[in-house]
Ligand binder design. Structure first.
Ligand code: F6R
Length: 614
């Protein structure tokens, strides 16, 4: 949460900062601001709202300077307003700073500084940190690089920061702990900073992913220097970026979410490409193959994740238990880490995260590591913190997901988890060759089936129009369709602001049935499979109470179609792979309803894509 950018180079900073902030806006959009060093002053421009509001606020004025920083905020300390917007200045106005993270001991530091005469104008923890840096500089007369290092040694919490000084237009200082920070190294002596690589990829492919507790000095004359908080010099490790610029654009769609829903046939192929051999019926995943013994002898699998990634984890529970016969527990990372859980050395902890930065998931990983468990990461963002913290892992290769609501990341996660379950099952000897071949062939056909489901778009749009003003909605499913019901409900509430609940279909009669009346749309996954008949009975229960049924059915279905108010047909597939196709109509439905209700589809209120606070 919060996106930060920085630039020091030969060109004008402002256009680079604004473009970078637009790329990072998915991380928070409560306020935006920039600060540029120009002719001995540091000009700060900031306001509540989005990056476009900042541009309006500047009213055609283009701030000048070849050194600058920018910030887009997801509010933690203090409401979203102009004053709490970043960058924040030191008391003497010399320094400006942007920050992503939370300084946990800011209140104590603030009190000490106030006693020393510092006056604060905002409610933020960030302003406290920049005053602390200023205070250290004035007390000790060390240079800014050293003052930042000394200040951070006093700080408890998470930070990615960039600091500039109006007296020194040739330097910027960056540091990170727990929040991500990437430095781009241009060929012409230009340096770029971003919370991720998206603001950088246009200018250079050479990047340094900063490690925790590192402080970087970027100097026009001497280049890049990195030290640890303990003042140990590190050699910057430059890596080449893999992302392509086109993947960061809308490519003809009006919304990133719409584009990302339609990308799924391709992203699922990208996910299994090179890992699955359909002819031979084999799976190759180095993250599993290199640790085969651990998987064969594992006591159980514990999946930790949040939100949509947690739903993918619930689908994986069915896959791993059914196919690989391994006991699985699926945990909200935020609950798991505070529960004093029992973790054994022969447990495998699978952390699922699109961004690879989610603070709770990261903390859960650290705790599981301390207990000696093997940690496997399923991440989308290459080079993200989680992907670098785990012992092994598999990328989902879905490409950048920019819409705040996860769509293609979910199907890519389920695809990777399916491959993992198959690979582990093969190693543990819990799957017959015939079933393995069949499932691999079926997985291979999923992109075409997703393509088919996308053709229901007009029908889903029609249904969306009917239910767009609903106050509540219920989503029901059984087996591995239950997590899809949860995911459908989450999609609807987060982008349309309609209250929705996902339930195992049979649980409905234990409470939620009381909510059903003629106003209530009930979305049911009623595809062919072992609990089809049971779901048919659940649908009858809803109909008896005049609820409206919108059913996802297998093509050719007659029974449910005759009962439902609307039904959407999806192609037949193996029961264990149904979530990959049945989730698509729900994604489309929430997208259309959100558009019809005039909601901001890509940037829903109060949310951010990368949740780097607990
Ligand atoms: C919902 C959504 C969130 C994320 C959650 C975890 O559409 O995107 O629920 O799934 O914040 O994020 P990651 O996967 O980045 O750890």
């Amino acid at each position: 949460m919060c996106g930060i950018v920085g630039y020091l180079g030969t060109g004008q900073a402002y256009p680079i900062l604004i473009k970078g902030l637009k790329r990072l806006e998915y991380r928070g959009y409560d306020s935006a601001g920039v600060a540029l060093v120009n002719q001995g002053s540091v000009d700060i421009h900031k306001c509540k709202g989005k990056v476009s509001d900042l541009e309006d606020h500047l009213n055609g004025v283009i701030p000048e300077g070849t050194l600058g920083i920018g910030h887009t905020r997801w509010a933690t300390h203090g409401p979203p307003n102009d004053i709490n917007a970043h960058p924040h200045a030191s008391g003497n106005g010399d320094l400006a700073m942007i920050h992503n993270g939370i300084i946990e001991n800011y209140a104590t530091i603030k009190e000490t500084l106030e006693n020393r005469g510092h006056v604060f104008v905002s409610d933020t923890d960030t302003e406290v940190l920049i005053h602390l840096i200023e205070d250290i500089q004035s007390k000790t007369s060390v240079d800014l690089f050293e003052a930042v290092r000394l200040a951070l040694a006093e700080v408890v919490g998470a930070y990615a920061i960039v600091v500039i000084d109006k007296k020194n237009p040739d330097r910027m200082i960056a540091a990170k702990k727990s929040s991500p920070l990437v430095i781009g190294v241009g060929s012409d002596g230009d340096y770029y900073i971003g919370s991720d690589a998206t603001p950088i990829v246009e200018y250079t492919k050479n990047v340094v992913y900063m490690e925790d507790e590192e402080v970087a000095l970027i100097d026009r004359n001497t280049g890049l220097k990195i030290v640890t908080i303990q003042n140990k010099e590190k050699v910057p490790y430059i890596q080449e970026l893999e992302i392509q610029l086109e993947t960061l654009e809308k490519g003809g769609y009006d919304y990133f979410m719409h584009k990302e829903i339609y990308e799924q046939p391709r992203s699922i192929i990208d996910c299994f490409r090179g890992r699955m051999n359909v002819q031979q019926g084999t799976i190759r995943m180095s993250g599993i193959d290199d640790h085969a013994e651990k998987w064969i002898n594992a006591r159980r699998v514990i999946i930790v994740a949040c939100g949509t990634s947690w739903h993918a984890g619930l689908v994986a529970e069915y896959l791993f238990e059914d196919i690989a016969r391994l006991p699985v527990e699926v945990e909200y990372a935020s609950e798991f880490r505070y529960r004093n859980p029992i973790i054994y050395e022969d447990d495998i902890v699978v952390a699922i995260s699109q961004s690879g930065e989610t603070a709770d998931t990261l903390a859960a990983i650290e705790m599981a590591k301390e207990h000696g468990a093997h940690i496997f990461g399923v991440c989308n963002v290459v080079g993200s913190t989680i992907s670098r913290t785990t012992h092994s892992g598999a990328y989902t290769h879905a490409g950048p997901e920019i819409g705040v609501a996860s769509t293609k990341a979910f199907t890519a996660q389920v695809t990777v988890l399916t491959l993992m379950a198959l690979s582990v099952a093969q190693k543990r000897g819990t799957i017959s060759d015939a079933r393995l071949h069949r499932l691999i062939a079926e997985l291979n056909s999923i992109p075409d089936k997703v393509e088919e489901v996308l053709k229901t778009n007009d029908q889903v749009e029609y249904i969306s129009d009917i239910y767009k003003n609903a106050g509540n909605a219920l989503y029901l499913g059984r087996g591995s369709s239950f997590p899809v019901a949860l995911e459908g409900a989450l999609k609807l509430k987060e982008i349309s602001y309609i209250h929705a609940e996902g339930y195992p279909a049979a649980e409905m009669k234990h409470g939620p049935i009381a909510l059903i009346d003629e106003e209530m749309p009930v979305f049911v996954i009623a595809t062919q499979g072992q609990s089809y008949e049971k779901v048919v009975s659940n649908i009858q229960e809803v109909k008896a109470r005049k609820g409206k049924i919108i059913a996802i059915v297998t093509e050719g279905d007659k029974t449910v179609k005759a009962m439902a108010d609307h039904s959407i047909e999806i192609p037949k597939t193996d029961e264990s792979l149904v979530p990959l196709v049945s989730v698509i109509p729900f994604q489309l439905l929430s997208f259309h309803i959100a558009v019809m209700r005039g909601c901001n589809v890509d940037q829903p209120r109060n949310l951010a894509k990368s949740v780097t606070v607990e």
